[in-house]
Design a protein around this ligand. Structure first.
Ligand code: ZN
Length: 327
């Protein structure tokens, strides 16, 4: 079977060994990223590489042989149709930037994203403190905590909204997704906690996918209702995250922009209303422990109560001691 992938640039060959390989012609920088991924990791996302059974899109493990098929949110980004749509959007953005004279900025931003970007999760200081205190403690998401009776649900409207959005994006594994943001620095979103925790990429890159915007906005802007097929080309796996950034930010490129300008474009918040936040959302399959945390940075410019300030001081010094011990 041969499938034309991107407007005559690539030809996707489904080989006799039932694995995909790509033959490339003239490839763009972003295309090379996906090409690299294709050679290194891409197998048929719907078929178990061990026993050949059909995989459930919502399960990490093959239900027949129990082989690890990879995080389902990542596999969803690596389908032919999503990759094709993402690369088409990326190539259109690159052409537009070139026509406007911003090719250098486009390439510079792409290189910085590939080299420096990672995931930051914002948390209340008390939560980070507990995570650092106990090496067995795992950071999990809202649905997990509520399901385990560890925390109270949000008010009824918020609770239904959260569960509905998670269900529409991920179905039955929504309770396993931890949310963060893509960032060029140690900073994340100040509207979700007192502390920014940047995660070590090596601990999450195989189980993290990215969505072009926050999931609430995505569902609303695309008028997605229960049962709808999700739009394609708006999500990316780790090694394609730069494609997603360039698709989103190419309209905002201008001469003389610096790295801090791009960070401000990548994560925008007025510090008050989450509705006004704009960012690329990271979806991490399953939780993480304290060893996954690379940096702990207090949110700046926010007035904190005395108790929170104490929590922050203890959290920061605890992390510094921990890092000092382990390095
Ligand atoms: Zn299997």
């Amino acid at each position: 079977m041969t499938t034309r992938l991107v407007s005559g640039i690539w030809v996707l060959i489904h080989t006799a060994t039932d694995r995909f390989s790509y033959v490339s012609g003239e490839t763009s920088q972003g295309a090379k990223g996906i090409l690299k991924m294709a050679f290194s990791t891409l197998i048929r996302e719907d078929t178990c590489s061990e026993c050949g059974a059909t995989l459930s899109a919502a399960s990490r493990h093959c239900s027949t042989c129990r082989a690890d098929a990879g995080a389902p949110n990542v596999r969803a980004c690596r389908t032919d149709e999503n990759l094709k749509a993402l690369v088409a959007r990326y190539d259109a953005s690159r052409s537009q930037a070139s026509a406007l004279g911003f090719s250098k900025e486009f390439s510079d931003l792409e290189a910085i994203v590939e080299k420096k970007s990672g995931v930051v999760v914002s948390m209340p200081a008390g939560v980070v403190r507990n995570l650092l205190d106990d090496p067995k403690s795992i950071y999990v998401n809202y649905e997990r905590l509520v399901g385990a009776d560890v925390r109270r649900p949000a008010d009824s409207d918020n609770d239904r909204h959260r569960c509905a959005v998670g269900g529409q994006l991920f179905g039955s594994y929504a309770d396993k997704i931890v949310y963060g943001v893509l960032s060029l620095t140690k900073d994340g979103l100040c509207t979700y906690g007192d502390v920014y925790c940047r995660l070590r990429s090596v601990t999450i890159e195989k189980r993290t996918s990215f969505l072009e915007t926050n999931s609430y906005k995505f569902i609303r802007d695309h008028n997605i209702v229960a049962g709808d097929k999700l739009p394609i080309g708006y999500a990316a796996c780790w090694i394609c995250r730069h494609n997603l950034v360039l698709v989103k930010l190419s309209d905002s490129l201008s001469k003389g922009q610096t790295e801090s300008d791009w960070q401000a474009l990548l994560i925008h918040s007025d510090g008050q209303n989450r509705e006004n936040d704009d960012f690329i959302e990271a979806h991490i399959f399953e939780g993480f422990n304290r060893n996954a945390i690379e940096s702990v940075v207090p949110v700046t410019g926010v007035k904190l109560s005395r108790e929170k300030r104490i929590d922050l001081d203890i959290t920061t010094s605890k992390f510094n001691r921990l890092v000092g011990k382990t390095k």
